[in-house]
Ligand binder design. Structure first.
Ligand code: SF4
Length: 234
């Protein structure tokens, strides 16, 4: 159950106290972003890539696995597969073996080959910059298209992963559960210039401080007056 869902069942006096302590989310979003940016100056995508094609492949492989695991696999993969044609020059089984360690290798190999086919047929072997064209690539959903666009300096939305979802709920930036609805709330709230870096800040803060099970509020720069879920009281 999300923190805000839990809060529906707590006494009204507690909610009044929380509302007195933190300002409305529109007033908090700027200082929240600035403090997280100061705290996590190294926050950036953890996937390693050297081109838009490698970026796209890495993000497609990252579904249901860690970035560290993807980097381990792509170190070798990108030496062997340099152009879209390379993914079609081998059998499906060979590609499956080469990406096996990322999990869900059958679906991922199929999606990669379908995507490469479309890149060759419709985009001269290049990764398109248009968001709608990215979404037409087999196996590329909104989250993947968002990551690729953001890393290319053309963010069209806000990436919502498990950390972004949990932290947005804890910080009272959304009451939604569904990632698409959470993204809609964040797009209305977060200034467009921050769309690309906002997920990185949330992800790194989620990993280092606002842990899923044991948030370390006593170490958090948002604890006193910027987070309604803070366990620290001023
Ligand atoms: S104050 Fe606590 S719950 Fe809120 S963002 Fe910081 S660590 Fe997470």
């Amino acid at each position: 159950m999300a923190d805000w869902d839990k809060m529906r069942h707590v006494p009204r006096s507690y909610l009044t106290e929380v509302h007195k302590r933190v300002a409305p989310k529109r007033e908090r979003i700027r200082p929240v972003i600035d403090l997280l940016a100061a705290e996590h100056q190294d926050a950036a995508i953890a996937l390693r890539f050297r081109s838009p094609l490698e970026l796209l492949v890495s993000v497609m492989l990252s579904a249901q696995t860690t970035d560290v695991n993807v980097n381990r696999v792509t170190t070798k993969l990108f030496e062997k597969y340099r152009r879209p044609e390379d993914y079609l020059a081998v059998t499906q089984e060979e590609l499956e073996r080469d990406i096996f360690a990322t999990g869900f290798y059958r679906q991922k190999a199929k999606a990669l080959r379908g995507t490469m086919q479309r890149l060759i047929e419709f985009h001269d072997g290049e990764v398109p910059t248009e968001f709608d064209e990215l979404l037409k690539l087999p196996g590329v959903a909104r989250k993947t298209a968002n990551v690729v666009s953001a890393e290319r300096g053309n963010a069209q939305g806000i990436v919502v992963d498990t950390h972004v979802r949990r932290l947005s709920q804890r910080m009272g930036l959304t009451r939604q559960e569904d990632p698409v609805k959470i993204e809609r709330d964040l797009i209305r709230l977060v200034p467009r210039a921050d769309w690309a870096r906002f997920p990185h800040l949330m992800i790194w803060h989620g990993r280092r401080v606002c842990d899923a099970r044991r948030p370390r509020c006593e170490e958090c720069p948002l604890a006193l007056d910027l987070c309604p879920s803070s366990r620290v009281r001023g």
